[in-house]
Design a protein around this ligand. Structure first.
Ligand code: PEP
Ligand code: MN
Length: 338
């Protein structure tokens, strides 16, 4: 439920509306736009609240047909959210380009990767130190050592660092090094983890589960916001379908739908969607054409030697070419590539 108040209504009226909502044991999310003030109701109000709000001074409209995720929904927050990560803004006019290897493998590998992606046009560095692998026998990541190497790569290139977190107990450790905490597809509905990153002040990149609906993704994001962290970026990374020609199926329609339903920025991961290097640029472009705010893409200095996801990793040269290819598309979409 949301109450819409006229922009010029007195502060005392706004305060009374907040009190009405809070008297129901609910919380309020307030969003000021150019013409109005929107107050979204968070919680489960009684049936009478809509009527009481309609009668309140300053209220022009009460809507009860709103999404069940009031904090992430566009209903209560019509303007897009911009998230500042050091000098990078995600969700503004500039497209965000996050690039780097699937895993941090060594100090030299991540520093070389960081230099290469910075040169190729990336604004942020990715690299996993904790890896959620399908097989227990696959490389599991360098853990804290990997985080330290990421911090060194940031020091040398100035690129903010995005890295995955797989357990609630690791938030403090990962947040010490990371600029963005990535919650991976496999953990999208790990509710303890969502609450834990929600209690952090570090921005979160939340990837869509491979079999998750858009509604489930938005509810997962609501967990993080309602736990106190408003800085959430969503990511479409391909879903499981009957198709086996690519690793997953990039759901480009989901990008457009997400952009309509939520004010949060939306990225596309063309690497985990395609699974094959030669099709990554097309997936990236399709995502941007669908309205994504940027991409997170895997790049490895020597993909053939990668300890994870080498087959889908671009070479530094391939990455640079892709970014150049994206320039006219970005312009056509009214976006910029830094
Ligand atoms: C990754 O980013 O390397 C990763 C494991 O992604 P996802 O969670 O989308 O599979
Ligand atoms: Mn990967």
């Amino acid at each position: 439920m949301i109450a819409i108040l006229s922009k010029d209504c007195p502060l005392a009226d706004k305060a009374s509306v907040v009190r009405l909502i809070e008297a129901e044991g609910c919380r309020v999310v307030v969003s000021e736009t150019e013409n109005e003030t929107r107050m979204g109701v968070i919680g489960s109000p009684s049936d009478g609240l809509a009527l009481r709000l309609s009668a309140a001074s300053g209220v022009t409209e009460v809507r009860t047909d709103t999404a069940p995720y009031p904090m992430v929904s566009r209903d209560s927050h019509p303007d897009p959210t911009r998230i500042k990560i050091r000098d990078v803004v995600v969700g503004g006019t500039d497209l965000a380009i996050i690039a780097g290897p699937c895993s941090v493998e060594s100090q030299s590998q991540i520093i070389e990767s960081a230099r290469a992606v910075a040169h190729g046009g990336a604004g942020m560095l990715r690299g996993g130190a904790f890896k959620p692998r399908t097989s227990p026998y696959s490389f599991q990541g360098l853990e804290e050592k990997g985080l330290q190497f990421l911090a060194q790569a940031r020091e040398q290139t100035g690129l903010p660092v995005v890295t995955e977190i797989v357990a609630p107990d690791d938030v403090e450790l990962v947040a010490k090094y990371a600029d963005v905490l990535q919650v991976g597809a496999r953990n999208m509905q790990n509710f303890r983890l969502l609450n834990a990153v929600g209690a952090s002040t570090v921005p979160v990149l939340l990837k869509r589960g491979m079999s998750a609906t858009i509604d489930e993704l938005l509810h997962a994001a609501e967990y993080i916001l309602s736990a106190g962290n408003p800085r959430v970026i969503l990511c479409e990374r391909g879903i499981r379908t009957f198709g086996n020609h690519t690793r997953n199926t990039l759901d480009v329609g989901a990008v457009a739908v997400l952009k309509a339903r939520t004010h949060l920025p939306v990225l596309v991961d063309p690497s985990h969607a395609a699974g094959l290097r030669e099709f990554v640029p097309q997936h990236a472009m399709a995502g941007i054409a669908a309205g994504a705010d940027g991409i997170i893409v895997e790049v490895h200095p020597e993909p053939a030697k990668a300890l994870s996801d080498g087959r889908q990793s671009l070479t530094p040269d391939g990455f640079k070419k892709m970014v150049e290819q994206m320039r006219p598309l970005a312009a056509a979409m009214g976006r910029r590539l830094a």
